[in-house]
Design a protein around this ligand. Sequence first.
Ligand code: S3P
Length: 430
Amino acid sequence: MVATLLTEKIPPPLIGKISPPGDKSISHRALFFAALSEGKTEIRGLSSSEDVMSTVNNLRKLGVKVIFYENRVEVFGLGGQIYDLGPKCLDAGNSGTTFRFFMGFLARYPSLVTLIGDKSLSQRSMAPTAQALSQFGIKFTLNNRKYPPVSFTGNQCLEGRKVEVTHFSAQLKSALIFAALQSQGKTEIFGKIETRDHTERMLPLFGGKIEARPSSIIVEGNQKLSGKFIEIPGDVSSAAYWVGAAILIPGSKIVIQSVCLNPKRIGYLEVLKRMGANVEWSIEQDEWEPLGTIRCEYSPLLNGTHIDANEISSLIDELPILSLIGTQAVGGLSVDGAHALRNKETDRIKALEENFKILSVPFFSTEGSFKVAGKVNLRGGVTDSFGDHRIAMTFYIASLLSSNEIKVLNTSCIAVSYPEFFQHYRELVV
Ligand code: S3P
């Protein structure tokens, strides 16, 4: 599939209001907690992304009943009893979250589990998650000691313990929490835990207990969770593309409603503000996740900035679109500590480098750092998503900005996180 080309000299502004689809990270977690719980969970606003559907399909293979209605989803949980259905092969497709979450969720599964993924996922390292979970006495076999397929048999005598994590990530942390919840006794997880905290926030909704300290998390084992009503807030990472486009396209002014404004997810908005962008956000409801509105408009004067390693986790998924915004700012954008981008749906630093080269944007990178030049006129050319949804959406936005023709090859992967992307563009474009 090839993205639509815009050949107008002046790009049409984006005007209006949208509510982004349900947050993908929160949707995965709602399904896993619902599956672990006793009784029925009703979910409203579940993301319809391909990644979240991978989680649904695999939960169904384990006997979890998931029923879709027009505006809600019902999940009938297993009540902490994941039944032995014999050896299972689960396919996580393109979804790293699905893959890693199942590694922890099935920590007690008594038969052989084999987790597989698509070509992109098969090139992503699962070693840190396997290493962390192996501290629960589970032996994982990985392809070349790193990659999917990953196979293991769970440990039926899981015991709570102290777990040290060196390569922290939000997915890994959640996998450990799913395993800890099914263990006997207390688990204490140590490491740099400042990644997104949706799992910690959601567990109490299902009646569970968790203690999050600055450098550790404590989870009691054998907790009894019960099904709940849950409404998923809008995805700030999906909204990010329209915020970026509105800031860059003259005459634009948009409002994004019902969006999750979790402080660990809004590093992008904070960086844009620092760059001088006209962007404001306000929290209207703050129960288990802060929910609110983002307002933004065309911002003719953007300053470049530097993103430091300690900011990365709050904007990890927004680095591609931020780099594009950097190309229009005085002084460009430099980023440190972004090694994790090398292990996403594609090597995102390499993908940015290759696409920016085509658009004649100077770009320099080392293993975990990069710098993109500012105030550059994007030249026309054929860019590629490299099968990565966030790269596809970033360069689609680039195609809206340039008076030269920019093509993006392989945009169908956008459905991995944001199937409504093109429809929302049509709703916003004047
Ligand atoms: C996610 C965590 C982040 C993020 C990913 C979703 C999650 O990855 O990039 O898109 O839902 O927990 P890490 O696990 O590498 O932090």
